[in-house]
Design a protein around this ligand. Structure first.
Ligand SMILES: Nc1ncnc2c1ncn2[C@@H]1O[C@H](COP(=O)(O)OP(=O)(O)OP(=O)(O)O)[C@@H](O)[C@H]1O
Ligand SMILES: O=C(O)[C@H](O)CO
Length: 518
């Protein structure tokens, strides 16, 4: 496949349409997804963010003097690779480091031969694994305690590099005493089960933790803190990613109570939690008297869904497609998201003028799935221009994290379910478009399955029927992985393996021109 793509790349600059078609739209879609993931690999984002100028470290335009004063901590699913790269860049000034990473990750990375994401045997960074199944456990609590001790031992003149990525909340549990780990875990479990968003969940976590919500930088004060953040939340809110341990945030207790009441959790709250949250404002504030000055903290988002989409866009252009980025903030119900993509394909493929109600339908659905009207208007303008000019295929790019309402007992993930639903939209549309859709999780794992996502087009329904597969039955049972594994021997699955990064999901739709424009 790599060879095919290299060939495609070299001929695309001058090629007529028939040469372009040698590289199938599906192959192009897969290559563009791979480029999106490649652009946010932990080592490449750290390499882009940390510049060395002799004994100076430059981050986001700020310069820091290095004199064997550098300490490093990290927590999250992608920080092992981030730490390995950071040590390659500033290891000569590194005094010590601790990273809290998911249980079994070193073994998994070894197995996937991701050796650049592993630390050197002579590394000064201690790796602590914990949080089995993404749940805070006693191992993760021990890691959090070690990280807290390291940060608290720092003095003026020290520099603490904090590597942060998704999964960091579970890997840095430090409940405010007398709240126990089990009590805090129960509160978050109930919130998640009741359907709380990650924003709500982390707002509550911050209020119950010693290290979240800026607690870690408070411990490190007066040392300089530099947080490098790989974002896994829509909009890149630094105070919420991994619950913001380096971001000073004064969570209002009213806000926390409002969330707990919203999900009817008051009655089941442990007494210790109720007591902490009932403290008066002045008691809360006295805990914070050592809060560091903002000048001592620099936080930089070094990897995000938007960056992955930019990289995908460059790849699409290289392949001779016309890239259009819709939005990095797609959320909401996967059914509505699929309908939106179906309508956008219809819009792009209508020969001549589109039906008048189509634009309104698109704008209405956009509101439901976190896409702003301005983003949709801009996208439709591009698609419209494409329809008028004689254009090559457009690659529509978007990202985010839609949700699936789990009603069945099947095996699947939101990306595979989205791909299946979009395929169905395309199959059942009046226009006979050759649109190809791909949805994939940038971490390489979609729900509890071995796949990252899947690819689909309008042929999916007839292919399924001819192979005795009833799509509606699979969808009702949330069984998208079983469906794609059975369809054409699993050829439509996206199987990159564990990628070592995570900036949510990437959606891409390759829209060939309508027949009249070719
Ligand atoms: N059978 C299924 N069909 C569709 N979606 C499913 C199914 N089972 C689980 N999911 C969805 O998969 C998601 C969890 O998967 P995953 O572990 O990839 O989550 P994530 O949000 O990407 O986690 P992280 O951000 O920590 O990597 C949940 O949103 C859940 O609703
Ligand atoms: O760790 C967490 O809190 C989630 O991954 C969101 O950042």
């Amino acid at each position: 496949m790599a060879q095919v793509l290299t060939l495609c790349r070299s001929v695309l600059h001058w090629s007529p349409l028939w040469v372009r078609s040698m590289c199938s739209l599906e192959e192009q879609a897969r290559a563009i997804f791979a480029a999106a993931v490649e652009g946010v690999q932990p080592d490449s984002v750290v390499r882009r963010a940390l510049q060395r100028r002799g004994d100076e470290l430059v981050v986001a335009g700020h310069s820091f003097k290095l004199h064997h004063n550098l300490h490093l901590v990290g927590f999250g699913k992608a920080v092992l690779g981030m730490a390995a790269e950071a040590e390659r860049i500033v290891g000569d000034h590194l005094v010590q480091g601790i990273v809290s990473v998911p249980h079994g990750i070193q073994e998994t990375l070894q197995r996937h031969r991701k050796l650049n994401m592993l630390l050197d045997p002579s590394s000064k960074i201690k790796v602590m694994e914990g949080a089995k199944h993404n749940l805070p456990d006693t191992d993760a609590q021990r890691s959090a305690e070690s990280i807290r001790e390291l940060a608290s031992s720092l003095t003026d003149g020290d520099l603490l590099l904090v590597l942060i990525s998704g999964g960091g909340s579970a890997l840095l549990p430090a409940p405010v005493p007398p709240i126990t780990l089990q009590e805090k875990q129960e509160v978050t479990r109930c919130l998640a089960a009741a359907g709380a968003t990650i924003q709500e969940l982390n707002t509550v976590r911050r209020a119950l933790s010693l290290l979240k919500g800026g607690g870690l930088s408070r411990c490190a004060y007066p040392a300089q803190v530099v947080g490098l953040i790989l974002s896994d939340i829509i909009g890149d809110p630094v105070d919420l990613i991994a619950s913001g341990p380096t971001v000073w945030s004064e969570t209002s207790l009213e806000e926390v109570w409002a969330i707990l009441y919203r999900y009817n959790l008051y009655a089941t709250l442990p007494l210790s939690v109720k007591e902490l949250l009932n403290q008066t404002g002045s008691q809360q504030r006295s805990k914070l008297k050592d809060q560091p000055q903002q000048d001592n903290i620099l936080n930089a988002v070094i990897g995000s869904n938007a960056i992955a989409l930019e990289c995908a866009s460059r790849k699409a252009q290289e392949l001779g497609l016309r890239p259009v980025i819709l939005s990095p903030g797609v959320c909401g119900n996967v059914q509505a998201v699929a309908q939106l993509y179906g309508l956008l394909s219809r819009f792009a493929c209508s020969p001549g003028k589109e039906p008048p109600e189509l634009r309104d339908q698109i704008l209405k659905l956009g509101q439901e799935v976190g896409v702003e009207s301005s983003e949709l208007c801009r996208t439709m303008k591009h698609l419209e221009e494409g329809r008028q000019e004689s254009w090559h295929a457009t690659c529509l790019l978007a990202g985010g994290e839609p949700t699936v309402q789990l009603l069945g007992k099947g095996k699947g993930g939101r990306n595979q379910e989205l791909a299946l639903r979009v395929g169905l939209e395309l199959s059942r549309a009046e226009e006979r478009s050759t649109t190809v859709f791909l949805s994939g999780g940038t971490d390489g794992q979609d729900g509890p399955t071995e796949a990252a996502g899947a690819v689909s087009d309008r042929n999916i329904e007839t292919e399924a029927q001819s192979q005795g597969l009833d799509i509606d039955v699979f969808l009702c049972n949330n069984d998208s992985f079983t469906f794609f594994s059975s369809l054409s021997k699993g050829q439509k699955l996206l199987l990159p393996g564990l990628t070592g990064t995570n900036v949510m999901d990437v959606h891409l739709m390759i829209l060939p021109p309508p027949p009249s424009a070719v």
